[in-house]
Design a protein around this ligand. Structure first.
Ligand code: SAH
Length: 218
């Protein structure tokens, strides 16, 4: 896979567009300029990689729009060495952004086909510390809890309690919550074993957070 001068130019234009749309966090913008988004799309769709749009990645799933990735990553306030759990690996793009920011990333995907495809992709890339699991995100990853940060990249109908339990005290969870038509971006800060501060941000539309895992059929 190649990251050419032209790809880097397109990425600079994408960064300009994200700035126009209000993304201000320079660390996040730098991470977006460091990760070739076209690596995460099929070769045939390379031309679309630097548009600020979501894109189908197969199995009825999408790679999030760059603006959404920037938005969620900004809210998460990732610091180097933090343990971050991502729910919904999908293409792996968001996981790569978190890894470039220096996080120790754990990411879960419920669709085996996507998990296998993305795991194979990462064998050829070196974005840092990313561990991937074919798991139901509703259950989290208790053997590695607590996490400093949890990022959910699928639209949930409610806040999963199990995930809150796996958050460190002082930790943040960013999660879109609503119905299939749209979700509010929420940020929860765990202040004690049983208490959370909730902040509500803008509305988004994510693919649904679904229970259980799904085996690959081929
Ligand atoms: N972060 C991804 C976005 C993918 S879309 C990216 O950067 O490309 C959301 C993903 O969440 C889909 O791949 C979907 O299969 C997955 N998902 C939905 N419910 C899940 C669950 N319970 N556990 C794990 N993954 C889930």
């Amino acid at each position: 896979m190649e990251d050419t001068y032209r790809h880097r130019g397109l990425r600079r234009q994408l960064i300009d567009r994200l700035r126009e749309k209000g993304v201000k966090d320079e660390t996040v913008l730098q991470a977006i300029s460091a990760v070739p988004r076209h690596f995460f799309l099929d070769k045939a769709f390379e031309e679309w990689a630097y548009e600020d749009k979501p894109f189908p990645i197969g199995n009825e799933q999408t790679i999030s729009q760059p603006f959404t990735v920037a938005y969620q990553t900004t809210l998460l306030q990732v610091k180097k060495r933090e343990k971050v759990l991502e729910i919904g690996t999908g293409s792996g793009y968001q996981a790569a952004i978190l890894a470039v920011l220096g996080a120790r990333v754990y990411t879960l995907e419920r669709q085996e086909a996507l998990f296998l495809k993305t795991r194979a992709l990462f064998k050829n890339l070196s974005f840092g510390n990313i561990r991937m699991y074919y798991r139901d995100g509703f259950k989290g990853l208790p053997e590695f809890a607590p996490f400093d940060k949890i990022l959910v990249t699928a639209g949930a109908s409610e806040i999963p309690k199990t995930l809150l339990e796996q958050l460190a005290i002082g930790g943040l969870m960013v999660i879109p919550v609503g119905d299939r038509k749209g979700q509010w971006m929420l940020r929860l800060q765990k202040v004690s074993e049983k208490e959370y501060i909730e902040e509500r941000f803008d509305r988004f539309r994510f693919v649904p957070f679904l229970p259980g895992t799904e085996r690959s059929t081929d």
